[in-house]
Design a binder for this molecule. Sequence first.
Ligand SMILES: [Zn+2]
Length: 67
Amino acid sequence: MPGLSYPFRYECSACGSEVTINRWEARYLAPDPDLPGALEIALQSRGWLRDENQDLLCPSCAENYFC
Ligand SMILES: [Zn+2]
């Protein structure tokens, strides 16, 4: 079974900031870095959150959005 092809790059849907998740980071945080859920865990650990439309927000935009 092929694993996920790290690294993954994500962009904030509000301001365009970018974040890159590497395999080692997902491996450190999640039990199995090859499950898609590992990416969400890694993003959340950096403060990146999804709004109700499932759009990704960087930490500073998430702060504005959820406050
Ligand atoms: Zn942002």
